[in-house]
Design a protein around this ligand. Structure first.
Ligand SMILES: [Mg+2]
Ligand SMILES: [Zn+2]
Length: 98
């Protein structure tokens, strides 16, 4: 499943709830999931548990993009598809933070 397919899947499954909640509420959920990921990495958790938290974070990031009307696949291609946004190279040689 690529990013575009995943964003469409999340849209189909949850958009009726997500649009009601709005960006601010969705952002809070994303931050909560980031916290769960931090806990999974810091604590003594299995790879399966960590993987599930990574999935949650991406799902909520995609959800926020849906609520905001952002196509993440397009955004990724536009910003990173032709190389590092800082130096333009495929193997970065700069100190720029994206
Ligand atoms: Mg979670
Ligand atoms: Zn660079």
């Amino acid at each position: 499943m690529d990013i575009r397919d995943f964003q469409q899947l999340i849209e189909k499954m949850y958009s009726h709830k997500d649009r009601q909640r709005g960006s601010a509420g969705t952002f809070l959920w994303l931050m909560e999931e980031i916290g769960e990921l931090a806990e999974a990495i810091a604590g003594n958790h299995s790879q399966e548990e960590k993987a599930a938290e990574f999935a949650d974070v991406l799902a909520w990031l995609v959800t926020l993009a849906n609520v905001e009307g952002i196509d993440l696949s397009d955004a990724l291609h536009a910003k990173y598809g032709r190389g590092c946004p800082g130096c333009g190279l495929m193997v970065c040689t700069c100190n720029e933070k994206a």
